[in-house]
Design a protein around this ligand. Structure first.
Ligand SMILES: [Zn+2]
Length: 354
């Protein structure tokens, strides 16, 4: 009965009401914002949880700053106005395609808690982020700044039926985090599992599973650590692919444990010595493990349109929302007159007996 009612409720909310949170709204919304080559994710919890208008969490802010950064305008467009409260801002790891845009989030919003892995990183750019995080205030009080390396025991409170857990951050004290600094920093990524009733999300940051040249049958690094968890911790409706769909992640054993219905790839048109992410081999692996998987990408058609890093943030945003039993995946796609509209690309139903 309960399930039937909530599915009906979800259907009624379409198409008019699904973008903006409304009173009595029981939807979890997860926005994957097109920032080109980089990550920026906005989680809106059901109304009634967290602060004021509901729980708001931003994970990474993309590579750009100020006018080039789409994230603050996107948040404002869909209901999180400038100077509002954000409950958590999480910088997954200290790389240029993840944390710099977070400075605009700290400047434009009152962030109550800032979380980062705590891996030491030299240089003035990251120091600017650290200084801003330490100086952040919300509602006139100093914000909480959590560096997971120093606070291994940090846990999110529960937000009604919505639960978040940090499955991993900063394994550099362990022997198998890689030898190159770039790999070590990726493997410090904050990995988050989020559950809302019968739906689950696994948000990987740039956590890796192998060296690029290794076959996909070997699993190292963070994915190896995660495979030590009970299988129920890994199985997920939605996987935010690790490391922009790079061959360095999403190993076979790991994907077999996750069994995602939907894979979100956040990537752009940045050339890495002539190759672009995601790797075709990784995309093939998602299909191999789960033939019915839906893959959605923030670089949708960017190659075909001849875009490069100056213009690949063209708005291929992805919005996934769910009442916990039914989940819909929408993508912003170009339509006539140069405008964009949200197009539904997948519905997933899960509930007792399914
Ligand atoms: Zn990255």
């Amino acid at each position: 009965m309960i399930r039937l009612r909530s599915v009906a409720c979800l259907a009624l909310l379409l198409p008019a009401g699904f973008l903006n949170a409304a009173p009595g709204d029981n939807l979890l919304r997860v926005h994957f914002i097109d920032v080109g080559q980089g990550d920026a994710i906005w989680i809106q919890g059901p109304v009634g949880e967290g602060s004021d208008s509901g729980l708001n969490i931003v994970i990474d802010g993309g590579p750009d700053r100020n006018g080039k950064n789409r994230v603050p305008a996107y948040l404002a467009k869909y209901g999180l106005k400038k100077n509002s409260l954000i409950d958590y801002a999480i910088a997954t790891h200290p790389h240029d395609d993840h944390y710099p845009g977070m400075l605009d989030i700290l400047a434009n919003y009152e962030v109550k808690t800032i979380i980062e892995p705590g891996l030491p990183k030299d240089g003035p750019k990251f120091q600017e982020f650290m200084d801003a995080a330490k100086a952040e205030k919300a509602q006139g009080k100093p914000s909480q700044f959590v560096q997971l390396r120093k606070q291994h025991d940090f846990q999110f409170p529960s937000f009604g039926d919505l639960r978040l857990r940090i499955l991993h951050a900063d394994i550099t004290d362990l022997p198998d985090a890689g030898s190159k600094q770039n790999t070590i920093e990726n493997n410090a990524s904050v990995v988050i599992r989020m559950e809302y009733r019968n739906m689950s999300f696994l948000l990987m940051g740039d956590a890796e599973g192998k060296d690029r040249k290794d076959p996909d049958t070997v699993t190292h690094f963070v994915e190896e650590q995660l495979l030590k968890h009970p299988k129920a911790d890994l199985q997920a409706t939605v996987l935010k692919a690790a490391h922009h769909g790079s061959e360095t992640g999403s190993t076979l054993r790991f994907l077999q444990a996750v069994q995602p219905d939907v894979v979100v790839v956040m990537s752009g048109r940045k050339s890495f010595a002539g190759t672009y992410l995601p790797d075709a081999s990784t995309l093939a692996r998602y299909k191999k493990v789960q033939p019915k998987v839906t893959i959605v990408r923030t670089d949708q058609d960017d190659e075909k349109q001849g875009l490069d890093t100056t213009n690949d943030q063209d708005g291929d945003d992805i919005l996934i929302y769910t009442d916990g039993d039914s989940l819909q995946v929408h993508q912003s796609k170009p339509s006539s007159g140069g405008k964009r509209k949200w197009v539904k690309v997948r519905t997933v139903q899960k509930g007792p007996g399914e």
